[in-house]
Design a protein around this ligand. Sequence first.
Ligand SMILES: [Zn+2]
Length: 190
Amino acid sequence: MNPNNNTIKFALSIEDTNVNFYNFKKSTMRGITSKVFEANVLANYSKCPQCGFEKLVHNGHFVSLVTYISANASIPVYLELHKERLLCRNCHSTVMAQTDLVDKFCNIAKQTKQKLVMYLQDDRTQECIARDINVSPNTVTRVLDESDDIFRRNYDFLPVHLSMDEFRGICQRRCENIVFCRLKNAVFYR
Ligand SMILES: [Zn+2]
């Protein structure tokens, strides 16, 4: 076993046995010096998921760069995952290795998304959160929308705290201002 693998996994809190780290380096990503950890992701398929044929052969790797959480926001961390691909000799379809670190068709680690959701509880702007965890503001908005299900909603009652700053009626097509200004004190103590 490569000693680097155990050390990096311990430092990054990664326990997926399919992921084997073999190198780390500093590289410039989007103009910022970043830490990049390179790993192989093994494909654990004993038979073809499409046809059930048992003869699968190695068919190269698919490389994806995954954004990972970082202790220091000024030095982003990336995982360069080399995902193994297998080719079925019978139906000629290919299957790719999967890992618990990241969702399918996504380049942002699950840990990063979890940290993002934790940050959303604070009184901070989405751009500030995006800068801290090295993702785009659009990603913050998307993750917020995706995590909508974790909040239990009861449509029989209004929430204890309700805030609105303008109102548009059905008959009258003009906005009425309820709050005289948009300063925080005015919004909270109106
Ligand atoms: Zn097949």
